[in-house]
Design a protein around this ligand. Structure first.
Ligand code: FES
Length: 569
């Protein structure tokens, strides 16, 4: 087969000279340019993305594997998104990062791609970008941190954050207590050790067939993670020879598998938005309803925070994703091909569960139906989502008066006001946190409860917004309301005291206000001014789609392939 890279490196003319000569200042022997598959190692390493801080070392390990298999590895940086650092939210930049990946791949002499990923958005952004080029591609997930250990107990990254206000108010946690907990929660390299969004995304990559079997749960600092990285480097060279492109792996069946697996592991609601965007890039028709119809009857098998008790390290020792795939084999399309050229069916043949407390069997699940529920009603004409496994059973059917906050600033100003008219039956409604409204659809949907109710012992309340929720979070939280309030969705018209009905079983979210009154309110509603009139954010605001569509930019959907016309001179 003719390698794509040879269009750059194979010529014996002026351009062949130009393409090779400058590269050779890095000390590469001539034979590396002569017919070896060139493997791009797309690195999301950054000191500002702490969850990916170890990926520089991992790139060197992948290179060893590529060289062993006869390839020529070339590492390149792309925009990296650090979840805990970036303002206003990494989601604002997911599509921008995907563009940096897509164009870096297409513009360069690459035959195959290794995606080094970790923190939440670094997986979907790189996979989205790679899909729009469609070369042979393998994902190397950076792996979770070791279990957090704090004062004799376990502490899950992210999930602990949501208890801080309660601990300060009810357990008198001091500044010193929190300072000690900081490093105990993050005591090794790697991403969040709960089944938060990063672990969900790594599991998504494995269930789609984009990683070597078992890769997603291995802790970042486990020696076996290095082995996996090296083997991935070897394997991508073979994938180039087999022309095993992303589009051959990412079939509709592969997406259905990912939805089933996400339900069984209690994965993050962010999975919906990212998988939808990936499907849009590779040309698979995936609708919001598919997440409910395919996933919602799947039992919860994994006992991990935030839906359960344990952490990623325990999950890996229990057998990891191959055990989940084995338990689900009757429900999955087990014959779809994965990056190692084999089907899930073949890959899980020897999967063994070593801890049935952590990974339950399909006959004794933690919960009978765990997948994401998609709600409809006059409050969310294009849909909204809720994660029942993280919600309180007693609130799954609820009717209560709205307490409306028009923005996060408004929420922060008033939520702890002792005079705020709110009790445990109220429904907290948060507007202005959608893709356009914030902008960037931040993870704020699971806002803290008011201090006065926490002190009363209230643990959960219904919260509704057009925002997202961290994968590490929990609660009866309705998210991704579409259309969002900033574009005039009904969410923008809710007023204090309006009655809202949530019925998860009936998949219903209803604002009990007459159509006549809503029409009057709509006539008076004014769209908020755009956040900016320049730069990337302006482009984003002009092109971003709503949550039910995956919040990708409309101009990025689909792909442009790997052929590039034109050259330097
Ligand atoms: Fe990076 Fe959770 S903050 S994975």
């Amino acid at each position: 087969m003719k390698l794509r890279s040879q269009e750059w490196f194979g010529g014996n003319d002026k351009m062949g000279f130009v393409h090779r000569s400058w590269m050779r200042n890095q000390g590469y022997p001539d034979d590396l340019f002569r017919g070896r598959p060139v493997i791009g190692i797309c690195n999301t390493w950054s000191e500002l993305t702490p969850c990916n801080g170890h990926l520089r070392e991992f790139a060197e390990i992948v290179k060893k594997g590529v060289l062993e298999a006869g390839g020529f590895p070339l590492e390149f940086p792309v925009m990296s998104l650090g979840e805990t650092i970036m303002r206003p939210t990494t989601m604002l930049f997911r599509n921008l990062a995907s563009m940096s990946v897509e164009e870096s791949i297409r513009a360069n002499p690459l035959d195959g791609i290794v995606l080094l990923t970790g923190c939440d958005k670094t997986t979907p952004s790189t996979v989205m970008g790679a899909c729009s080029v469609d070369l042979p591609t393998i994902v190397v997930p950076g792996g979770p941190m070791l279990n957090g250990k704090f004062r004799g107990g376990e502490i899950g990254s992210g999930s602990f954050n949501w208890m801080i206000k309660e601990k300060q108010k009810k357990e008198n946690y001091t500044e010193a207590d929190l300072l000690e907990a900081e490093i105990c929660a993050a005591r090794s390299a790697g991403h969040c050790n709960t089944m938060g969004t990063a672990s969900t995304m790594a599991s998504m990559a494995e269930s789609l067939g984009l990683t070597l079997p078992g890769a997603s749960a291995i802790p970042a600092v486990d020696a076996r993670k290095k082995v996996m990285a090296q083997l991935s480097g070897r394997r991508i060279v073979e994938m180039v020879k087999e022309d095993l492109k992303l589009s051959k792996i990412l079939t509709r069946e592969a997406f259905e598998n990912a939805i089933i697996v996400n339900a069984a592991i209690g994965g993050s609601t962010n999975f919906i938005i990212h998988l939808t965007a990936i499907a849009g890039r590779i040309g698979v028709d995936l609708k919001l309803d598919d997440f409910d119809s395919i996933g919602s009857k799947v039992p919860l098998l994994l006992n991990l925070m935030p839906s359960g008790k344990y952490l990623m390290e325990d999950y890996y020792y229990a057998g990891g994703l191959p055990v989940i795939l084995r338990e689900l084999r009757e429900r999955l399309h087990s014959d779809v091909i994965t990056v190692n050229g084999k089907s899930h069916h073949d890959n899980i043949e020897n999967a063994i569960c070593y801890n049935e407390e952590v990974i339950k069997s399909i006959d004794t699940p933690l919960q009978d139906e765990a997948g994401i529920a998609v709600l409809y009603g006059n409050l969310c004409e294009n849909g909204a989502v809720i994660k029942p496994s993280a919600a309180s059973p007693h609130l799954m059917k609820h009717r209560g008066p709205a307490v409306v906050f028009s923005s996060m600033d408004d929420y922060h100003e008033r939520i702890d006001d002792p005079d705020l008219d709110i009790d445990e039956n109220s429904v907290i409604v948060l507007q202005g946190v959608g893709p356009i409204g914030y902008p960037g659809m931040p993870e704020v949907g699971n806002v803290d409860l008011p201090e006065k109710l926490i002190l009363k012992g209230v643990k959960d309340m219904v919260r509704i917004s057009d925002g997202r929720m961290s994968g590490t979070a929990y609660g009866t939280v309705v998210l991704h309301v579409s259309p969002e309030s900033a574009v005039g969705g009904t969410l923008a018209l809710v007023e204090n005291g309006d009655i809202i009905e949530l019925d998860v079983d009936a998949r219903r979210l209803h604002l009990d206000v007459s159509d006549e009154i809503l029409t009057e309110r709509r006539a008076k509603w004014k769209a908020p001014a755009p956040h900016t009139d320049r730069g990337y954010v302006r482009i984003y605001l002009d092109h971003v789609e709503q949550a039910d569509q995956g919040a990708d930019l409309d101009v990025l959907k689909g792909g442009s392939g790997s052929v590039v016309k034109g050259d330097l001179h």
